[in-house]
Design a protein around this ligand. Structure first.
Ligand code: ADP
Length: 170
């Protein structure tokens, strides 16, 4: 069958910071869609560790080897951003029932707002199902090693941020 339109999906999130769980989902998503836009939500109400520009820069480095993955940022309504980017799907990950409940509400809301955008869910891989950005920040703040949970550029930025902080505090 001939398709003349690219199949584009958006994977939105805070990515503060990107984890190996996100990375796994993006690698798997990049095999399902022609073009995957990983987009950082500009959320002024959430207290973030890294600025949007810092997150985008780290992610651009991580996804340089993925030719069909683009890193971007957006604010405002997700479905309007999807329309602007000609995306037919929103990709989200589900780790546990707790994710499912909030994801279900968001997917229903987004369908009401723009029925032509489908939300597609991928289950987190078992080995990453407990990994979250919040958990990474807690572990590194308490002096733990997070090397196994985040990609190299993120690890570098986390170490720089927390070593700077310890240096300033001491
Ligand atoms: P948000 O603040 O929008 O939840 P996140 O960056 O925390 O943004 O997550 C973005 C998406 O990635 C969500 O759909 C979330 O469920 C999913 N996700 C987060 N961590 C993982 C993981 N370890 N494995 C798979 N999916 C994940």
């Amino acid at each position: 069958m001939h398709r003349d339109r690219q199949n584009t999906a958006i994977y939105p999130g805070s990515f503060d910071p990107l984890t190996n769980g996100h990375l796994d989902l993006i690698a798997r998503g990049s095999r399902l869609f022609d073009h995957l836009i990983v987009s950082v939500l500009v959320n002024t109400s959430k207290q973030a560790l890294f600025t949007v520009d810092e997150r985008v820069a780290m992610m651009a480095e991580v996804f340089a080897p993925f030719p069909n993955v683009e890193v971007d940022s957006f604010d405002g309504l997700l479905v309007e951003y999807a329309a602007r980017r000609n995306a037919s799907a929103i990709l989200r990950g589900i780790r546990a029932i707790s994710d499912y409940e909030t994801e279900l509400q968001m997917a229903h809301l987004n369908r009401r707002l723009r029925p032509e955008t489908e939300t597609v869910f991928l289950l987190a891989s078992e080995e990453y199902s407990f990994v979250s950005s919040r958990m990474i920040k807690e572990v590194i703040k308490l002096g733990g090693d997070v090397a196994q949970f985040v990609p190299e550029p993120v690890l570098r930025s986390l170490r720089a941020r927390f070593h700077e902080k310890r240096y300033i505090e001491s």
